[in-house]
Design a protein around this ligand. Structure first.
Ligand SMILES: Cc1cc2nc3c(=O)[nH]c(=O)nc-3n(C[C@H](O)[C@H](O)[C@H](O)COP(=O)(O)OP(=O)(O)OC[C@H]3O[C@@H](n4cnc5c(N)ncnc54)[C@H](O)[C@@H]3O)c2cc1C
Length: 495
């Protein structure tokens, strides 16, 4: 029986282990941390669950290829919770713009707010309807390359939706609040492609995208349990420091405690830069790989700082995703903010003790700003406190006397992520290359191997360049398919 040594139990590593076991390989996952899941995580503080990851999870309706894929991985069953709005935006005067999933409610709400924009509102709702009818998107992500190609004519027919971002589409509205609100509907990323937003909206409306009750760690724990059930060996607190090679072939790993493990294939779910430059001492690089290892640009990154608040207040009537416009711009975490992005978890009662709720505030920041502070622990701590204080003060305009009800505050930065899962620049551990969303969805332009090194593969974010659970779990399936082909084994996806 051939063996696979897997570095890291993130989505990519766990999926590699599961498909590896199912295809007759003896697999071991070495995980540096004490938990599975990597970025797919959440944690408890005084009865509150703080979830760092999932906003939307593709799976749960039982109808789509996404579901079938997650079931192959044992990630489900897991109770799924639906939310009312895709996102809402509230302005200082108290006016709300809601992006309701329900299309009738959405239409009447937007037209009551901005009757002169009826034509653009109709175009938006038609766009959502255009992606409602079938499971094409899920097949485009999870299907085979040839299956994806069969969708090309359909994509061409819907090309009108591909030329806009949320930002450029927002410019079509006359009403000033809609013009301001639209670019922010997906995590305040105006460059987010309109078609992705429409797909997300349509699939959530059908129940295909939902929230896994209890949070992200449930998904990871389910997968880890399933992996063990299949006979895989998941070893925690086992940090890999070196990949062993012989005659241009990966043949084992060395752990921090000096022990060595030999295997036929090595798969890294760890940060690409650390794998290439440290674990392999930079020996397997050409110009392209050297470029990928350059630091990523130091611009303000989303989700760079998250402030979690445990509050003794029932917030289930609030939107699940809320953008709060500030009276005036404020510098927070070194970046000028005009609004705050909130996740309010009142829709999942399991996230907090009865009658209480969790609010998460997601902020942009520059990686260098945070790492600059980290060298001085006291300065870093004081900046985190300052950020939390600023945010709480600003939120009091929408949530009067909020401070009095706050029981727990927790602040997580890119540095927390770097400590937690070893990524360079925290969770921004992507190769340094332009990102193309269409190529990413189609599974093109991925980096699984290194020049001159046989029997070695990457899975996860370094391989896919995608910050998405499904893409990174899929990379595990792709790599096991490659290993099967190389080993003369017929690949089996399901039981
Ligand atoms: C704030 C935030 C919000 C997100 N929201 C969503 C969302 O709504 N929907 C969505 O689909 N995706 C979301 N994502 C993205 C998604 O979580 C990630 O893309 C995905 O989890 C990454 O998986 P991965 O396979 O790259 O592994 P990672 O999560 O990067 O895990 C790598 C694992 O390897 C381990 N490791 C690293 N180095 C070593 C070593 N030397 N030895 C042993 N083990 C090691 C780490 O401890 C870790 O467990 C979000 C991510 C973040 C950070």
């Amino acid at each position: 029986m051939k063996s696979l040594l897997i570095i890291g139990a993130g989505m990519g590593g766990l999926a590699t282990g599961i498909y590896g076991q199912r295809n007759g390989f003896a697999t071991t996952i070495f995980e540096a941390h004490t938990l599975p899941g990597g970025q797919c995580t959440s944690w408890k503080r005084k009865g509150y669950t703080f979830d760092a990851c999932i906003h939307y999870f593709g799976g749960g309706s039982g109808q789509t290829r996404h579901d079938a894929f997650w079931q192959e991985l044992g990630a489900l069953p897991c109770e799924m919770v639906e939310t009312r709005e895709c996102a809402s935006v509230v302005f200082p005067d108290g006016t709300y713009v809601h992006d309701y999933y329900d299309l009738e409610k959405l239409e009447s709400h937007l037209k009551a707010l901005a009757p002169d924009d009826a034509a653009v509102i109709d175009a938006y709702i038609d766009g959502i309807r255009a992606f409602l009818g079938d499971d094409r998107f899920s097949k485009m992500v999870v299907g085979s390359f040839w299956e994806k190609l069969t969708f090309l004519p359909d994509l061409i027919r819907r090309r009108t939706y591909f030329k806009h971002t949320l930002g450029t589409f927002g410019e079509r509205f006359e009403h000033p609040l809609l013009r301001q609100a639209f670019p922010l509907l997906h995590s305040s990323l105006p460059d987010f492609p309109l078609f992705m937003h429409l797909v997300k909206h349509a699939h959530t409306l059908k129940g295909d995208l939902a929230w896994p009750k209890g949070g992200s760690l449930t998904i990871a724990k389910n997968m880890a349990a399933y992996y063990s059930q299949l006979g895989g060996a998941l070893q925690y607190r086992q940090k890999v420091v070196k990949i062993l090679t012989e005659e241009g072939r990966a043949c084992g790993v060395e752990l921090e405690d000096g022990t060595q493990h030999r295997g036929d294939f090595v798969v890294s779910n760890a940060d690409g830069r650390k794998t290439i430059l440290q674990m392999l001492s930079g020996q397997y690089m050409d110009k392209r790989i050297a470029n990928y290892c350059e630091p990523n640009p130091d611009h303000a990154a989303p989700f760079a700082v998250s402030v979690f608040l445990g509050v003794k207040r029932e917030l289930s009537s609030y939107p699940s995703a809320l953008v709060v416009f500030l009276d005036s711009p404020e510098i927070i975490a070194g970046v000028r903010c005009e609004h705050l992005d909130l996740q309010i978890y009142g829709f999942d009662a399991s996230m907090a003790p009865p009658g209480k709720s969790v609010i998460k505030i997601e902020l942009f920041s520059r990686p260098a700003y945070l790492s600059g502070l980290y060298h001085d622990k006291a300065a870093y701590r004081s900046e985190k406190n300052k950020i939390a204080e600023q945010v709480i003060t600003l939120l009091e305009s929408q949530f009067p006397n909020l401070r009095e009800d706050i029981e727990v505050v927790d602040v997580c930065t890119l540095h927390t992520w770097e400590r937690f899962m070893g990524g360079t620049q925290g969770h921004n551990n992507y190769p340094h290359k332009p990102f193309n969303v269409v190529k990413s969805v189609l599974g093109l332009d991925q980096t699984f191997t290194l020049p001159g090194l046989k029997n070695f593969f990457f899975v996860g974010q370094w391989a896919t360049s995608a910050g998405a659970l499904i893409m990174n779990a899929l990379s595990g399936r792709t790599v096991v398919q490659k290993i099967c082909r190389q080993s003369g084994v017929k690949f089996r996806a399901g039981t």
